[in-house]
Design a binder for this molecule. Structure first.
Ligand code: HEC
Length: 159
């Protein structure tokens, strides 16, 4: 699991660097500039990473870090809505706004209150909302769960 996330993350960084250099090459030959927009699956990968890190931070009651990750997760979901309001005929904007984004807002309140119980309850609901949308968008085989310790060992989540 750790290796898979690390590999996927490295691949994402590589893709971003590669696409930047490609854009530079293109802009020297074409006057119109092009921007790299990650694929929806890659944006989901960032979402998954923030979902994991948010859990570690909240579970350790490191509320400053948890607040940071609720913010990152919100931005990540807003990017998805912005770039993929519809995807393969699916209403991504509507679904994300009514599911995951709502749950992150609930979690923000738990973090503000510094309530571990509310954080854990809210986190389960957030995870359920990720999966509900995967079912609604014909990706029921992508199943998200509460993370277990082990990923991101190069970062300290303890306060
Ligand atoms: C709008 C509904 C929707 C919501 C909300 C949603 N997802 Fe997704 N997710 C999708 C779709 C659709 C795909 C498939 C994208 C593709 O075709 O590449 C996907 C793919 C994924 C993948 C596979 C990407 C990969 O590279 O392995 C992961 C992981 C993932 N989502 C995590 C999450 C997490 C975590 C959340 C909640 C915080 C979440 N998703 C919320 C619709 C959603």
């Amino acid at each position: 699991m750790k290796k898979t996330i690390l590999f996927a993350f490295t691949a994402l960084i590589f893709l971003m660097i590669w696409s930047c250099s490609d854009t530079q090459k293109e802009s020297s030959t074409h006057s119109e500039s092009t921007h790299y927009i990650p694929h929806l699956g890659q944006m989901m990968l960032s979402t998954q990473i923030y979902h994991t890190k948010l859990y570690y931070a909240g579970n350790e009651q490191n509320w400053d870090l948890a607040e940071f990750y609720t913010h990152e997760l919100t931005e990540s979901l807003e990017d998805i809505i912005h770039y993929y309001p519809e995807y393969e005929g699916l209403k991504i904007k509507e679904l994300t706004t009514n599911t995951a984004l709502k749950q992150v807002q609930n979690l923000e309140k738990a973090v503000e209150k510094k309530s571990l119980i509310e954080f854990q309850e809210g986190f389960t609901q957030l995870t359920n909302s990720c999966n509900a949308c995967h079912v609604a968008t014909q990706h029921p085989f992508i199943k998200i769960k509460t993370p277990e310790k082990g990923d991101f060992q190069n970062q300290i989540f303890l306060k």
